[in-house]
Design a protein around this ligand. Structure first.
Ligand SMILES: Cc1cc2nc3c(=O)[nH]c(=O)nc-3n(C[C@H](O)[C@H](O)[C@H](O)COP(=O)(O)OP(=O)(O)OC[C@H]3O[C@@H](n4cnc5c(N)ncnc54)[C@H](O)[C@@H]3O)c2cc1C
Length: 337
């Protein structure tokens, strides 16, 4: 068995370079731990396969921000009457709006609200922008151009320069976390975010590519070498032995029933800055689970480095003792940005 510390990386580079499809593939491959299959050509076929299998949560792992100009406010009001839950809309000026969401949001718009002028105009633009994400939903005679509606996809530089209020609602932060299964279970309770997680149903840790062993996250509760730590370590070793024995006759999904909460998992979290602010406030509080707090206190300075006006006040609200801890753990846990 192997024991490691929790860690994280903030995945910025896909956003900066507008590599939407590659970002989706990178996140999707965490489930199967098949990152080694990523190549310069692999994103499109990967996404096609995902759509074919109906595994559309993978398509939540990217954000598209649009600027929409309409010739009549009524056009937009009709859209507001049915606005889906996971997209954000802000009015910029008269007859000008900012609309954002992940590709799945726009796919649902195409399925359920294709009679709306705004939806037709948006889907026409998005299908030209990234055909692989939307081409299966194009109507028989194509998306009809909508006179009086102009849709523009915002590049990352423009998103980054949005006024703070809009930035918070439309800019997304993607984080790859390596944590234990108890913490990941707490994290996925934040429903407004999107997640993809290493699958214990598919990953067979007995295989050579996993080192033939189970990886556990070092618990923050017990000092290494203490009686409690030794007891914990003994329990993990026994669980690993039983898991590997079960794998000889059973599938990973059956054998995993013997695995404990300390088991390492990898999870991609894709959420707007607004949702991350909510997560940070709840999960850096003293009331939070110390294992969750440990990783969030380390992540907070990384967010603050990028968006100091937003995350600085959250860090300031922590006690001085927490701030010290936050700085200390950041360098220890940071595995790359
Ligand atoms: C210290 C602590 C202790 C906890 N203990 C427990 C526990 O003992 N048992 C337990 O089950 N959970 C527990 N939780 C988890 C907690 O109940 C929440 O599920 C979790 O913190 C997510 O918070 P949220 O619902 O505010 O955030 P999100 O799910 O991210 O929601 C963000 C916002 O979206 C809105 N929203 C999202 N979904 C809905 C919806 N369906 N209806 C209406 N509004 C919605 C709300 O405005 C909400 O503030 C605990 C959390 C903490 C921090």
């Amino acid at each position: 068995m192997k024991v490691i510390d929790p860690s994280f990386s903030v995945l910025d580079e896909f956003f900066v370079h507008g590599r939407l499809l590659e970002q989706i593939e990178r996140c999707g491959r965490v489930c199967y731990k098949s990152e080694d299959r990523i190549s310069t050509e692999s994103a499109r076929p990967f996404i096609k396969g995902i759509i074919k299998r109906g595994h559309e949560s993978v398509l939540e792992m990217a954000q598209i921000v649009l600027e929409i100009e309409v010739d009549s406010e009524l056009t937009m009001h009709k859209f507001f009457e049915r606005i889906p839950r996971f997209c954000q809309v802000d009015k910029l000026e008269r007859k000008q709006y900012l609309l954002s969401g992940n590709p799945r949001v726009f796919r649902d718009l195409a399925r359920h609200h294709r009679d709306l002028k705004v939806v037709k105009a948006v889907l026409k633009r998005l299908t030209e922008f990234h055909p692989v994400l939307f081409e299966d939903l194009v109507p028989r005679f194509g998306w009809v151009p909508q006179d009086g509606i102009v849709v523009r996809v915002l590049p990352s530089e423009e998103i980054e320069n949005l006024p703070l209020e809009q930035l918070i609602r439309h800019r997304v932060l993607l984080v790859h976390l390596i944590i234990n299964r108890a913490v990941s279970h707490e994290l996925v309770r934040h429903r407004v975010a999107s997640y993809l997680q290493e699958s214990q149903r598919y990953c067979r840790y007995g295989e050579a590519r996993f080192g033939g062993e189970v990886v556990f996250i070092r618990p923050c509760f017990f000092k290494e070498g203490s009686d409690e730590y030794l007891l914990w370590s003994d329990a993990m070793s026994q669980a690993e032995g039983i898991y590997l024995k079960l794998l000889k006759t059973s599938s990973p999904q059956a054998a995993r029933t013997a695995l404990p909460n300390s088991c390492k998992t990898e999870i991609m979290v894709h959420a707007t800055i607004e949702e991350w602010m909510h997560i940070m406030r709840l999960r850096t509080s003293k009331a939070a689970d110390p294992s969750m707090r440990e990783i969030m206190l380390a992540l907070l300075p990384e967010f603050e480095r990028r968006f100091s006006a937003i995350f600085g006040p959250i860090r300031d609200s922590l006690s001085p003792e927490n701030c010290k801890r936050s700085q200390g753990t950041a360098s220890a846990l940071l595995s790359g940005t």
